[in-house]
Design a protein around this ligand. Structure first.
Ligand code: ADP
Length: 876
């Protein structure tokens, strides 16, 4: 494996690999294509050159053939000085059989002096050509007369022609004579088959024998004549291109230039038309190759231009390079893609391998940590097989129980770790959980190797393999011996404390009881003493004894009650009682105290409150007395309202709420919490002022709770407090007729209620209306007088004694003075404890808080006797 830094570099650049492969293959492809192209071109070029050469050679060959014919023909005049036209004809006819390659005939031209023209004509005519006439144009001293031409059918009009009459011909013919060589004329128009055909004339001189031929002039002078051949360009050239398979096009120009006017022949005719101009490479740009050569033909220079034709390209340029290029690119792309796939899969494999290595490392780390934990922890760890046979333990296990792995391997823990005090139920639960493959957690007493007892918190977990099959158990044991011991000590201490507390309460209860008996004796004796004649000092001392005794007794009673409750010795009564009587009785107890403070003490018990219930009337009364007592105690002005109402009813059970509401000093919010705790008072200075032990509310709460209810308080400092408790009582169905039935005597009677306290007024009104009376309630004496001063009928008036402006008694007097009201029956509501003398105006005097029963009786008595009798029922 390469070193890591190289790996990183390799990884970084491996992404470029597919591109590199593609580029390389593409490069190779282009190179191959280029080489192949070059080779093809080279081969084609060589072939082109060969074909061009073949054309040149063919052309030369054709001229050579013509030359041979001429040389052959020249043999005749050389052999005979006077060759006749007829002889020429015979000879040439034979030679003409071999005419080819554009040579359209063979002729003989003789140099004739102008002076000899006639003679020659005579001679030729004589030799069988009667129409022979020599062309006589110009004034050349010598005329070059065509004497013979074969085949003359095809070359008519030539006989008798003066070759020297045309400059071109003259130049060529004389040049041949001067130089003693075969000379080709420049292009001329050949009369052929009655039309002008471009062509040349090829001349070979024949000299007279015996004359010097050293200089051109001598040769010209010694010339006898010429054999010549007219050559048609088109025939000369025809078939040459076919000889190269039509693959090459060629043009022939006269001279060494390539101007269009010198064009002799154009194989494919593509240059033929158009004005005169220079033919350039541009005219061949579409062709693969073109080339130009010059050649000398019998004294004439020709320029040949070769170029390829599509046939050449087809034959010589294969599509191989293109195929190689295209195929190469396809292969390059394939190579790139393949490399990409390889790189990619390699990368994926690498990543996978890295992930796996990382996972392995983590797992290794994890198991190292776990091993560390298992070996270092103070908890004992034990691994067993499915039969609970020990397979492995940690050091903690050895530390905890003293056993080494060697000692206990293969043994089941419950055969050596339990003892007489081990709870068999725990073992049972554990083995059941194990059998069900469930975990088990519990405490168990184990025994160490040395017999020491070890309490452990044991957690047994089933161990499963990857297929979820149970392979054994793992036990984790945490030493809780110390904790157990502490718990035991704590429990013992608590029990001891509880026992001591009960003993204390019992002692207190007993002591209170024991104190109460002599205390009653003290108070009783003090009362007796007060009834006897005493001096004022003695009376004051006796009164102090009695009051102090009473206060002490209250405290003792509280303590006794409280300790009774605390020691759990208070037993509740379960008797039938009248709820109304119980509540009214409790309120009555506080009547005098309230009256002494000029407080309105009102009791409201609506008609739907069950009359008879089952419960503990004594304890209910105790709670009410306590709450009303507190209300009166902590209220300086205003009223105390005791209200009973039904909260919920599901016969025979009824939940009744008792509320004691006052307009007293109130309780600060922060004190409400501990109000119901024993010996708690809001303010110590209050204790001095109002007395008390701080036990009252604690007793109330415990009593209410004992009776199955709950107590709560709402209060606002300076505005008053409201204590409520709910009791669940059993209603007893009334067996007699409703006490509050509506007797006939009462029906339709009108009563005036005069009461300054609004709650009182409301309660009284409701009460009398309940009996079928018609009630008008007013809040002051003045209003009452106003009502009674009118003409309205009133059958009775109920008057509160204690009112701010005019009290009840004074009002009664005023009423009596009203016309028609002198006999109006009046009922006075007086405060308790005060000896009221109604002064004869009142038919009944009732004590507040007014209870329904006495009021009902009093009103019934008034209306039953209502026959105009005004005599008061109450003695004055
Ligand atoms: P105590 O014997 O002192 O009256 P309680 O347990 O009956 O003991 O009352 C505890 C304290 O709760 C009282 O000292 C007083 O401060 C406060 N408290 C009780 N009832 C009222 C009330 N109606 N209005 C104002 N404060 C009250």
């Amino acid at each position: 494996m390469p070193p890591p830094h190289l790996q990183i570099v390799a990884r970084r650049y491996i992404g470029w690999m597919p591109w590199a492969v593609f580029a390389m293959l593409a490069g190779l492809t282009v190179t191959a294509w280029w080489l192949l192209n070059a080779e093809t071109e080279r081969t084609a070029r060589a072939r082109f050159d060969r074909l061009a050469e073949r054309i040149t050679n063919t052309l030369r060959l054709r001229f050579n053939t013509a030359a041979h014919l001429l040389h052959g023909a020249a043999a005749l005049p050389e052999a005979s000085e006077d060759v006749t036209a007829a002889e020429w004809s015979v000879y040439l006819r034979r030679a003409a059989a071999q005419l080819d390659s554009g040579v359209v005939g063979l002729g003989y031209v003789e140099s004739v002096d102008r002076a000899d023209l006639e003679a020659v004509e005579q001679r030729v005519r004589a030799q069988g050509q009667p129409n022979f006439t020599i062309e006589r144009a110009g004034n050349n001293p010598a005329l070059y007369v065509v004497l013979a031409m074969e085949p003359h059918e095809r070359n008519t009009g030539v006989l008798g022609l003066d070759i020297g009459s045309g400059t071109t011909r003259k130049t060529a013919v004389e040049s041949a004579a001067r130089n003693n060589e075969m000379v080709l004329s420049r292009r001329i128009g050949l009369d052929y088959e009655h039309r002008k055909v471009p062509g040349f004339l090829l001349f070979l001189p024949v000299y007279q024998k015996g004359l010097p031929l050293g200089t051109p002039a001598e040769r010209l002078a010694a010339v006898h004549g010429w054999v010549y051949a007219p050559i048609r360009i088109d025939h000369l050239m025809s078939g040459i291109a076919d000889g190269v398979g039509g693959q090459l096009d060629f043009e022939v120009f006269e001279g060494d230039g390539t101007r269009s006017e010198t064009l002799l022949y154009d194989e494919d005719g593509h240059l033929a038309a158009g004005p005169e101009r220079e033919i350039t490479a541009r005219d061949f740009s579409a062709r693969a190759f073109h080339d130009r050569q010059t050649m000398m033909i019998f004294g004439r220079q020709w320029t040949l231009h070769f170029s390829t034709r599509p046939e050449f390209e087809r034959a010589n340029f294969s599509s191989l390079p293109a195929v190689v290029l295209a195929g190469g690119f396809v292969l390059s792309a394939l190579g790139g893609v393949l490399t990409w796939a390889l790189v990619h899969s390699r990368r994926r494999a690498l990543r996978l391998a890295e992930d796996q290595i990382a996972g392995l490392r983590r797992a290794e780390e994890e198991s190292r940590r776990l091993a560390l934990v298992a070996s270092r922890t103070n908890s004992g760890v034990v691994l067993t097989d499915t039969e609970w046979r020990v397979q492995w333990i940690n050091d903690g296990f050895t530390r905890l129980f003293g056993f080494t792995l060697e000692e206990i391997r293969g043994r089941q823990p419950f055969t050596f770790m339990i003892g007489p005090e081990t709870d068999p139920r725990t073992l049972e639960a554990m083995s059941q959980a194990g059998a069900a493959g469930r975990p088990h957690v519990g405490e168990i007493l184990n025994y160490a190797k040395d017999g020491r007892k070890v309490w452990v918190e044991l957690e047994v977990q089933p161990v499963r393999n990857e297929q979820g099959i149970l392979t054994g158990f793992m036990g984790l044991q945490l030493d809780i011996t110390q904790r157990k011991q502490q718990a035991t000590q704590l429990r013992e201490a608590k029990e001891a404390a509880e026992r001591a507390n009960v003993a204390k309460s019992q002692f207190l209860a007993m002591m209170s009881h024991e104190i109460r008996t002599p205390m009653n004796g003290v108070i009783g004796m003090a009362s007796l003493l007060l009834d006897s004649p005493l001096t004022p000092d003695q009376r004051e001392s006796a009164e102090t004894i009695r009051q102090s005794g009473q206060a002490l007794l209250t405290i003792i009673n509280d303590i006794l009650d409280f300790s009774k409750i605390e020691s759990g010795r208070l037993e509740l009564d379960h008797t039938e009682f009248s709820l109304r009587d119980c509540v009214e009785g409790a309120v009555d107890v506080l009547g005098p105290a309230a009256a002494a403070k000029q407080l309105d003490l009102i009791c409201e018990i609506p008609g739907d409150v069950p009359a008879m219930v089952r419960g503990d009337p004594v304890r209910l009364r105790q709670v009410l007395v306590n709450l009303v007592g507190n209300a009166v105690k902590f209220t300086e002005r205003g009223e105390v309202l005791v209200k009973v109402r039904v909260l919920a009813q599901s016969a025979p059970q009824v939940d009744v709420v008792f509320t004691v509401w006052d307009t007293g000093i109130g309780i600060p919010a922060e004190h409400m919490e501990k109000l119901f705790q024993p010996f708690s008072q809001v303010d110590a200075s209050m204790t001095r002022r109002y007395g008390g032990t701080g036990l009252g509310l604690a007793i109330c709460r415990r009593l209410v709770e004992l009776m199955g209810g709950g107590i709560s308080v709402e209060s606002e400092v300076g505005r008053g407090s409201s204590f409520s408790f709910v009791l669940r009582l059993q209603e007893i169905a009334p067996d007699g007729p409703d006490q509050a039935s509506r007797p006939d005597e009462m029906r339709g009677r009108r009563v005036l209620i005069v009461e300054d306290n609004a709650n009182s007024r409301r309660i009284l009104s409701a009460m009398v209306r309940h009996w079928g009376l018609d009630a008008v309630a007013v809040d002051s004496a003045a209003s009452a007088l106003g009502q009674l001063g009118g003409a309205e009928r009133f059958d009775a008036a109920i008057i509160d004694l204690q009112m701010p402006e005019l009290d009840g008694r004074a009002l009664a007097r005023s009423i009596r003075e009203l016309p028609g009201r002198t006999n109006l029956p009046l009922v006075l509501l007086a405060n308790p404890g005060r000896k009221e003398n109604p002064g004869g105006h009142f038919r009944a005097i009732l004590t507040k808080p007014v209870k329904p029963a006495p009021l009902f009786d009093a009103l019934l008595a008034i209306f039953a006797k209502k026959d105009g009798n005004t005599a008061p029922v109450t003695p004055a």
